[in-house]
Design a protein around this ligand. Structure first.
Ligand SMILES: Cc1cc2nc3c(=O)[nH]c(=O)nc-3n(C[C@H](O)[C@H](O)[C@H](O)COP(=O)(O)OP(=O)(O)OC[C@H]3O[C@@H](n4cnc5c(N)ncnc54)[C@H](O)[C@@H]3O)c2cc1C
Ligand code: SF4
Length: 289
């Protein structure tokens, strides 16, 4: 964080979906929390069920039912059996790829563009730093074209050319950028992603800055390596203003989308709070309509 400030970059503590009093600092946040210290969408489902909602789990929605340009419900498969549930309001929240396929089942041509917030994790050797057991992504350094966050990845070690290095000896930083929404989801749900020169340039700027910070933090610069280029935030497949309107409704009356699909551009930053805020706004809209 100090090295980020030295470069004149904004630095802050990352807001986390963690009840800090319950956290046992095991560093396994991306794999399910053994102490149940993270809040998640499940908390909202529990609230809805307590208020009388019916929750159908382990079910795959296969089709949106539409009649006369109005939504009528969905078909789903549970335990190999197809069932239907009927309603004049349906909100798709199956993620950028899942919602695309369901929108297409309703005749809406979604998924002709996609962003995914590309990232790499770069790291190097500091003996016994034990960073791999800390809460991950606890801080944020904000550049013009990238964000950086302390992040351990088990893929980093394979790219460090030194056999004595163990996971406990790695300090690493995630470099994440916004990307252009070039690419598409095909009809099988596979993603074709096209990276532009601008995407690569932003990532290179972030990687160079991360290298500077790692060296300042004591990493031996000769050991710095990177993971492959990946994306963990698929979105933008049903953007507001194109596939949904400003109330997240599609051209089919009563059919809404509320997930990362509706984000019109790549945030280049962790998107959960934005997705959550949009969903809360949509529920207020539907309540007061
Ligand atoms: C390892 C990892 C770490 C991340 N860390 C952070 C972070 O720290 N902060 C942050 O802000 N973001 C983080 N993200 C990104 C964030 O998780 C996603 O951007 C966000 O969850 C997207 O929300 P969504 O509602 O669009 O889709 P999802 O969260 O993917 O929800 C879609 C759900 O729909 C279900 N589904 C799909 N198709 C169907 C169907 N046909 N029928 C029934 N169900 C279906 C899926 O199983 C899934 O449960 C991380 C992502 C990854 C992969
Ligand atoms: S570090 Fe992450 S997984 Fe471990 S207890 Fe804390 S919140 Fe849960």
């Amino acid at each position: 964080m100090d090295a980020g400030r030295e470069l004149g970059l904004e630095t802050l503590k990352m807001p986390k979906a963690i009840r800090e009093e319950d956290c046992i600092q095991c560093g396994k946040c991306a794999f399910g929390c053994p102490a149940d210290a993270k809040w998640s969408g499940k908390d909202f489902i529990d609230e809805a069920v307590n208020d009388g909602a019916t929750f159908i789990s382990e079910a795959e929605v296969t089709e949106v039912i539409v009649e006369d340009s109005k939504v009528k419900g969905v078909k789903y498969v549970k335990n190999g059996v197809e069932e239907s549930v009927f309603s004049d309001t349906v909100i798709l929240s199956a993620g950028a790829i899942g919602s695309t396929l369901l929108l297409r089942s309703a005749g809406i041509d979604a998924g002709r563009q996609i962003f995914f917030d590309p990232f790499v994790t770069v790291g190097g050797y500091i003996k016994d730093i034990n960073f791999n057991t800390e809460v991950q992504m606890a801080g944020l350094v904000i550049g013009n074209n990238f964000v950086l966050s302390p992040h351990f990845s088990s893929f980093t070690i394979g790219n460090i050319d030194d056999e004595k290095v163990e996971n406990k000896d790695i300090l690493s930083i995630m470099v994440k950028t916004a990307d252009e929404a070039k690419g598409y989801v095909d009809d099988d749900g596979d993603v074709v992603k096209i990276n532009t020169i601008e995407d690569i340039r932003y990532l290179a700027e972030g990687v160079a800055t991360a290298g500077f910070i790692l060296e300042k933090a004591g990493v031996d610069p000769r050991t710095i390596g990177s993971t492959l280029y990946r994306g963990a935030h698929p979105g933008g497949t049903a953007p507001i203003g194109e596939i949904v309107d400003s109330n997240q409704e599609t051209e089919i009356k009563g059919l809404f989308v509320s997930d990362a699909s509706v984000l019109p551009i790549s945030p280049g930053k962790p998107p959960i709070l934005t997705i959550l805020a949009l969903s809360k706004r949509l529920s207020d809209y539907l309540k007061n309509k």
